[in-house]
Design a binder for this molecule. Sequence first.
Ligand code: FES
Length: 79
Amino acid sequence: MTSPHIAGKEPIAVPVKPGQSYWWCACGQSKKQPFCDGSHKGSSFTPIEFKSESDRTLYFCACKHTKHSPLCDGTHKTL
Ligand code: FES
């Protein structure tokens, strides 16, 4: 498996709503970071669904190397 593209080196804050699905871009090629815009087609990557359970702001991974996808785990600091 190839490495995902690094879309950014800082997490992206997103206010999320309970019960709503969010499709996190795993390939790093989306122009609508941190979410999928279909650019992964033809690659080995697929987006990852995240469902929020509450109304809050979350920090989604933009470097695509987190071990805690789709959320930031600080890995961007090592890239
Ligand atoms: Fe990256 Fe869909 S555009 S996973």
